[in-house]
Design a protein around this ligand. Sequence first.
Ligand code: MN
Length: 202
Amino acid sequence: MPTEFGTYPFELPPLPFAYDALEPYIDEETMRYHYDGHFATYIRKLNTALEPYAFLQNMSLEELLCAGSTLPEDAYEDILKNAGGVYNHALFFSILAPASESVHEPDGKLLEAIEGFYGSFEHFKETFSKSAADVFGSGWTVLVSDSIGNLDIRNVANQDVLLCEGLEPVILFDIWEHAYYLKYKNDRVQFIDNLWNVIRFK
Ligand code: MN
């Protein structure tokens, strides 16, 4: 799932639906803090980190994330963690859709692949949800596909990405507390169950 997010200076894209469009599964207040607060801050901090380095300013997010030792040593960590935050959040917000839209189950080749690897879509959801419930600390649960279409469910910490291992994210759940704590407090499992209602499969 390419992000097509352009290059420096990165910009916050408009949210393609109203902040309250995912109620009651994701509440308006969480959406506002998450999108205009957290996501926008990753974008701003990434731009700040890239500002002194003209030679990095024509690179895409994906190129920055996999640039390794090309990155300046004193900006390495700042660039990677903020580019990861932008990449993960760009994907996450792009796979959300109001529950009223009929896009919440995969079809075609993706459904076939999910059924091939997990037996059924329901069993895939159970396996993915269990993995998400087991994330320790802040991180993400990601359904990834390799270059020949093998699927896997992986947890990553913080703003890590699996892109540079050749793994393309298909869907991902944000399991940082900022994604759910305002509404769900410590009931992460309920958040995960409810999130399925607003996930868009492409
Ligand atoms: Mn987040």
